[in-house]
Design a protein around this ligand. Structure first.
Ligand SMILES: [Zn+2]
Length: 230
């Protein structure tokens, strides 16, 4: 859940980490790199791993160190990755969800940009304008319904669907909730957790409340059976 900082913010900048190494796929590595440069903390506020997991970096209450000359009044988000085709849909989904939350928190009174708009750098390397459906001013035209559609288009490969557990949020959670036939609000709370555990028990799976490849496969198979039978 995004909480608005008390400092003034009117722009969000998107970055990429310029690495595809799995060992660098965490905010701790970014922090180490930035401390080695003599900074007092990691430059970014938020970091999105290839799995779609969101990590907190610098406190949102502090100005980032991410876009030289354009740090005041901004939030800096970094996605792990170097090559355009190595970013994952899970990352883009998380980015969409996060930017939608930020946009809602500000009532739409802020704009979204790539680092490359203010620097002679290819950062980020992916087409963030289409990922976020930005208009020419950088306003987000993505809405909740788009997220729902995106989740449904995400594909059916249990190995590539994100591992979900209590506390997670977003379109993948909403999709899983739909398969479970519980309220699809995209929030993995106690009721969803109980429904997942009951489903796992009913299928003879480990009742751990974690939706990994095996539980996803069972949910998708269950859905197919029900649809085919009707
Ligand atoms: Zn950047």
């Amino acid at each position: 859940m995004f909480n608005k900082p008390s400092r003034f913010v009117d722009r969000v900048f998107i970055h990429c980490s310029a690495s595809d190494h799995a060992n660098h796929d965490n905010v701790a590595t970014m922090r180490r790199w930035h401390l080695e440069r003599g900074w007092r903390d990691v430059g970014y506020h938020l970091f999105i791993r290839k799995s779609g997991m969101l990590e907190d970096g610098r406190s949102l209450e502090e100005t980032p160190a991410a876009q030289a000359g354009n740090n005041m009044g901004t939030i800096a988000i970094c996605l792990h990755g170097l090559k355009e085709d190595k970013f994952t849909e899970a990352q883009f989904d998380r980015l969409r969800q996060l930017c939608l939350e930020i946009n809602n928190a500000y009532g739409g009174a802020l704009t979204f940009h790539g680092h490359r708009e203010v620097a002679a750098k290819a950062c980020p390397v992916f087409d963030y304008k289409s990922v976020l459906k930005l208009d020419r001013f950088g306003r987000l035209s993505l809405n909740g319904a788009d997220l729902q559609d995106l989740a449904e288009d995400a594909g059916d490969d249990p190995e590539t669907l994100p591992v979900l557990r209590r506390g997670d949020r977003g379109p993948a959670v909403a999709r899983m909730q739909k398969l479970l036939v519980v309220k699809d609000d995209g929030i993995f709370g106690p009721r969803t957790d109980a429904a997942v555990r009951d489903f796992q028990s009913s299928k003879g799976l480990t009742r751990d409340g974690v939706v990994g490849p095996i539980t996803w496969a069972a949910l998708l198979a269950n859905d197919r059976i029900e649809h085919d039978g009707s």
